[in-house]
Design a protein around this ligand. Structure first.
Ligand code: ZN
Length: 428
């Protein structure tokens, strides 16, 4: 099967490439760029017109919740990977807070096998750091790694016990893998998940401070520096966390961090209008935080954008603010939301693609995120300019809990492929 993608703007940060060219794909692999006038090396089975469009490495999401096994009313591996493909993602890391928790080789193997059968993208399980995510004792990390886990996290919760965290960091270093910490100091986060301040007060809520995040981040980075482990901080929400990363990066080469599209695009003000669809951990903060996160991403202090795609049913999200679960979906809207930051001059298109493809692939150690000859043909083609409104019909997830429904903006994923097979909009 030979594919020629014609006339697109090929943007590949892994090769510092940004040029108009054709791309030649053979048997699921990138072979090379071709001049428009050059003949195809052999017969093209498919020609794709990408004139005026961007052709980039498929996106890599380090943080999704596919709820499979166990909470299939919210999402499953079929719909979760469909949502990912619709967002241009070709590889995702799925968090272990399923039911049962991914703390055994059996659950890991189930996810790997099921995703291979029904998935529209590559799915890499993240194993639990502690058994049952209970924070009491370590999961069988070696066994999990052998079964297919490529990182460890108790995401949804921090590893509260510092001694256990230190042990987990040491273990993950020995295994040559990395830990993803959901930064939250539980003693500080006992009220509703909303940023403390004016908005919270006006809604009769107490809210939580920035220190909920930074206290745990500081502790985690201190332990990582001491053990020499690689650590990745999930979904950072505030300016103070950016300062921490800046302080620790010079002495901690294995430190990386992510930010979500919603923390880059929204502030706590959104809670007034969107209610529980603007409720997630960590909460949306203030404008100075949003600005600091955007700048940190542009200069690479924050390495990647990850969606923290977290489906919940309408029934759960229609509970009162204090009772509704944390989290919003994000796979389908990620690029669309980031294009607004490009429009506003905060990010370049290269920043967006780097932080969504080459850099996350590098962090997770995947053979992905690049259009170099010989790489798997994991590719996304998108229109950066199409003006549109994000609607429910753009959502393929089982859940619709997005604060972005009704948002006007630009950009649309036109075609996603994994190893040369179309995964969106069609599925070969
Ligand atoms: Zn989390």
């Amino acid at each position: 099967m030979n594919i020629r993608i014609c006339g697109g703007r090929v943007v590949d940060p892994s090769q510092r490439m940004d040029r108009i060219s054709d791309l030649w794909i053979e048997n699921g692999k990138i072979v090379r760029l071709l001049e428009a006038s050059a003949a195809s090396p052999s017969k093209a089975n498919r020609k794709i017109d990408a004139k005026g469009k961007i052709v980039s490495p498929g996106f890599v999401d380090l943080h999704v919740h596919f709820r499979d096994p166990g909470q299939l009313e919210k999402e499953d591996l079929t719909t979760g990977t469909h949502a990912a493909a619709a967002g241009g993602f070709t590889s995702v890391l799925c968090m272990p807070n399923t039911s049962p928790v991914n703390d055994s080789a059996e659950v890991t193997r189930y996810i790997v096998q099921r995703a291979a059968e029904v998935g529209r993208c590559r799915v890499y399980p993240v194993g639990a750091i502690t058994k049952g995510l209970l924070g009491k004792s370590l999961s069988p990390m070696r066994e999990l790694k052998e079964a297919g886990c490529i990182a460890f996290s108790d995401d949804g919760r921090p590893v509260n016990d510092a001694a256990l965290m230190r042990e987990a960091l040491t273990k993950s270093r020995e295994l040559g893998t990395f830990l993803i910490e959901h930064c939250e100091e539980l003693e500080l986060s006992k009220s509703e998940t909303v940023h403390e301040g004016e908005v919270a007060r006006s809604l009769g809520l107490k809210g939580i401070s920035r220190s909920v995040e930074t206290v745990d981040a500081t502790r985690t980075l201190t332990l990582a520096a001491e053990t020499g482990a690689r650590v990745h901080l999930a979904h950072l929400s505030c300016a103070e966390s950016v300062s921490l990363i800046e302080e620790f990066k010079p002495k901690l080469s294995g430190l990386t961090a992510e930010v979500t599209p919603h923390h880059l695009a929204l502030t706590v003000e959104s809670v007034r209008e969107k209610g529980t669809n603007a409720k997630m951990y960590p909460p949306l903060r203030e404008d100075r935080d949003r600005t600091a996160l955007g700048k940190a991403l542009a200069r690479g202090t924050i390495d990647v954008v990850a969606t923290d795609h977290a489906p919940h049913t309408a029934a759960e999200k229609s509970k009162t603010f204090d009772k509704a679960p944390n989290g919003i979906i994000g796979s389908e809207s990620a690029l669309f939301i980031l294009m607004d930051l490009v429009d506003n001059g905060i990010l370049t298109i290269g920043d967006v693609i780097r932080s969504m493809s080459s850099r996350p692939a590098e962090i997770a150690g995947l053979n992905a995120g690049s259009l170099r000859p010989g790489s798997p043909a994991d590719v996304v083609i998108f229109d950066p300019d199409e003006k549109r409104t994000f609607t429910e019909s753009d959502i393929f997830s089982k859940s619709k809990n997005s604060p972005f429904v009704g948002t006007k903006g630009k950009g649309r994923v036109l075609l996603t492929m994994v190893a040369g097979r179309e995964t969106f909009p069609g599925w070969e």
